[in-house]
Design a protein around this ligand. Structure first.
Ligand SMILES: Cc1cc2nc3c(=O)[nH]c(=O)nc-3n(C[C@H](O)[C@H](O)[C@H](O)COP(=O)(O)OP(=O)(O)OC[C@H]3O[C@@H](n4cnc5c(N)ncnc54)[C@H](O)[C@@H]3O)c2cc1C
Length: 320
């Protein structure tokens, strides 16, 4: 094999992967980020709960700043979707493949995130509504922005109920709407919703129109107009590459890690939304930093990678 072996291949260039890239590049390690460019953070019109940005920052701008910071210290980024991951157990190496190429690395960090399931609505309408804050996905992130507003939650299982109850401390005007058919609620859910004064509406539901400051949904019980809707339809975790190298997954279909972000496969690490935990930028960044430091320490335990004294480096550079 004539191509250089990377110290670490980071798969996923969201807040988790890019934070790890910044750390690893600054540890003087040879790394590459492969990123398919679908970070959930890129959907955020303006995040207001990331520390250090009192006036908020757009998700796309935050990602670009993180990319610039990683590249400044020597990280390289390939805008590619990795379709295959293999592990050579004897050599202790991983090979990842994408459309136009591949890379071999001593370690791999999976920071591949999740995708939220969308409500039934036209794609263009959805993206426009998301940009205007009429569709929102994360009450922890932006419940503050709907304080005392009229809010609909689309979801019918315990996830929908939990999201509606969480939002109740931001607004009294809440409606839980079933996405497909009649609401399927347990008696205790009914009681909790009733006690909290949350209205319930049967589906099928479709978001049909938006204006500057409201969104209209069609339900089995008629039209409803809201300041914002929160789909609570769950998400799909990107664990396919972990499965290809037989890493253990949790019951929630997330990658299992120890408290240093090591998976069950030696040399494979995971961080961010793809690991169970608080799906937030701060948490993804924190796990990225922990994973990077673990990767550095595990690599250095095998090969200390001490730097040459400056004088010897200068002599080697002079060609004498
Ligand atoms: C609408 C919305 C608003 C939000 N608002 C906030 C907020 O205000 N504050 C907050 O803290 N959090 C917010 N979040 C959550 C936050 O965006 C996520 O927690 C965060 O982006 C997770 O970071 P991550 O790096 O784990 O995953 P992601 O940011 O999702 O990045 C994963 C990356 O991996 C790439 N990838 C996946 N598979 C592959 C593959 N096989 N090959 C190559 N690349 C791959 C993806 O394309 C993507 O670029 C919001 C989320 C949404 C959807």
């Amino acid at each position: 094999m004539d191509r250089p072996i990377l110290d670490c291949l980071i798969i996923g260039g969201g807040p988790a992967g890019l934070t790890a890239a910044i750390y690893l590049a600054r540890f003087h390690l040879d790394i590459l980020v492969a990123d398919a460019g679908k970070s959930r953070a890129a959907w955020i019109p303006c995040t207001r709960n990331v520390s250090g940005f009192p006036d908020g920052i757009g998700g796309a701008e935050l990602l670009q700043r993180m990319r610039d910071q990683a590249c400044k210290y020597g990280a390289k980024i390939e805008n590619e979707f990795v379709s295959k991951l293999e592990r050579d157990v004897e050599a202790g190496l991983f090979t990842a493949t994408w459309g136009s190429g591949e890379a071999t690395a001593r370690t791999v960090l999976l920071a591949t995130g999740v995708t939220n399931r969308r409500p039934p609505m036209d794609e263009e309408l959805h993206d426009d509504a998301l940009a205007r804050g009429l569709v929102r996905y994360c009450p922890i992130c932006d419940g503050y922005e709907v304080t005392d507003k009229k809010v609909g939650v689309i979801g019918s299982d315990s996830h929908g109920v939990a999201e509606a109850l969480f939002l109740r401390s931001f607004t009294a005007d809440l409606t839980l709407i079933a996405p497909d058919k009649a609401l399927r609620l347990k008696p205790e859910d009914h009681k909790q919703l009733k006690d909290a004064g949350i209205d319930c509406v049967d589906g099928p539901t479709q978001a049909v129109a938006i204006s500057d400051d409201c969104i209209t949904v069609d339900t089995a019980e008629g039209h409803y107009t809201f300041d914002s809707i929160y789909p609570a339809l769950g998400s799909d975790t990107h664990v396919q590459l972990a499965e290809m190298v037989s890493a253990d997954l949790s019951a929630e279909n997330c990658i299992k890690v120890d408290r240093h972000q090591r998976t069950s496969v030696p040399g494979l690490y995971a961080a961010g939304d793809v690991v169970i935990g608080l799906d937030q930028i701060s948490h993804a960044m924190g796990e990225g930093g922990v994973a990077a430091t673990t990767i550095r320490n595990d690599l250095c335990a095998k090969d200390p990678r001490w730097r040459e004294p400056v004088q010897e480096m200068q002599e080697a550079g002079s060609g004498s």
